[in-house]
Design a protein around this ligand. Structure first.
Ligand code: NDP
Ligand code: 8X3
Length: 250
């Protein structure tokens, strides 16, 4: 059972958990990210016959191309693409935000995701494969400080639906996976390494775990070939919605 899955952002969090979940079920895993030492450790853990690493920054189109051209023998027939690499940077309102951080989120979460998807489409079509895109509840529900991050995830959701339409008749399945709060390095990255803020956010909230999302990814990827899950939104029980706000004069 199983095929070959390429997971972007497999050095941490959801991507690393997905690599372990698919490998445990007998899949071959192509793990990608920027941090080479983490990818090497993951490959050593999963076994070099089961896993390989491609080190690149997903914002770098030439690096993506070079990495894919260097795929080792036995890993070229990609059945599942998990577009997971991504990040949020900052929590400031738009008028106080850092434009460089907005650009990095857009370049990573939007342009990088679209680029690697485009490059892998021929292989995925040839395999009647599966594309799983990591969106977020932030792409549907606005919250203060979510600005550009939420915008990138709205792109992921709509891009996923558009791919479904374009790939009609190819047998390729596409799903937008839209989690709420998952405890990973996400908040550490968002706060430029503030462990105390990250710990405080998750404390007492029983957030979802990376393994929860990995299980969902695995479940979606292994549905029968005639069945497409268009989107999945999932949250910890402790997280829900707040209302509108009204600014009054005077
Ligand atoms: P982590 O910070 O734990 O992992 C993020 C991964 O993305 C890392 O492996 C990182 O690898 C990779 N990545 C980031 N920037 C780049 C880049 N420029 N090039 C290549 N890889 C990159 O976060 P999560 O596991 O939580 O996040 C995974 C996905 O899930 C993201 O798309 C995120 O938006 C989404 N998500 C997360 C939620 C959460 O609450 N945690 C909720 C909803 C969605 P490296 O740094 O080694 O390059
Ligand atoms: C991040 C989800 O709930 O932290 O994508 O905004 S949340």
């Amino acid at each position: 059972m199983g095929g070959t899955v390429l997971i972007t952002g497999a050095t941490a969090g959801i991507g690393a958990a997905a690599a372990r979940r698919f490998a445990a079920a007998g899949w071959k895993v192509i793990a990608t990210g920027r941090r080479r030492e983490r990818l090497d450790a993951l490959v050593a853990e999963l076994g070099a016959d089961r896993a390989c690493a491609l080190t690149f920054d997903i914002r770098d189109e030439a690096a993506i191309d070079a990495a894919l051209a260097g795929l080792p023998d036995g890993f070229g027939d990609i059945d599942v693409l998990i577009n997971n690499a991504g990040l949020a940077l900052g929590t400031a309102p738009a008028q106080e935000a850092d434009l460089g951080q907005w650009r990095q989120m857009i370049d990573t979460n939007v342009t990088g995701l679209a680029t690697i998807t485009y490059r892998l489409l021929p292989r995925l079509i040839a395999r009647r494969g599966v594309i799983l895109n990591l969106g977020s509840v932030a792409g549907t529900y606005p919250y203060r400080g979510g600005n550009a991050y939420g915008g990138t995830k709205a792109f992921v959701r709509q891009f996923s639906l558009g791919l479904r339409s374009d790939l009609h008749g190819t047998g390729v399945r596409v799903t937008s996976i839209e989690p709420g709060m998952v405890e990973t390095e996400f908040t550490l990255v968002r706060t430029s390494g503030d462990q105390a803020v990250s710990d405080a956010l998750y404390a007492g909230a029983s957030p979802m775990t990376a393994a929860d999302i990995a299980e969902t990814l695995y479940w979606v990827a292994t549905q029968p070939a005639h069945l497409n899950i268009n989107s999945i939104e999932l949250m910890p029980v402790s997280q829900s919605f707040a209302g509108f706000q009204v600014a009054r004069e005077g």
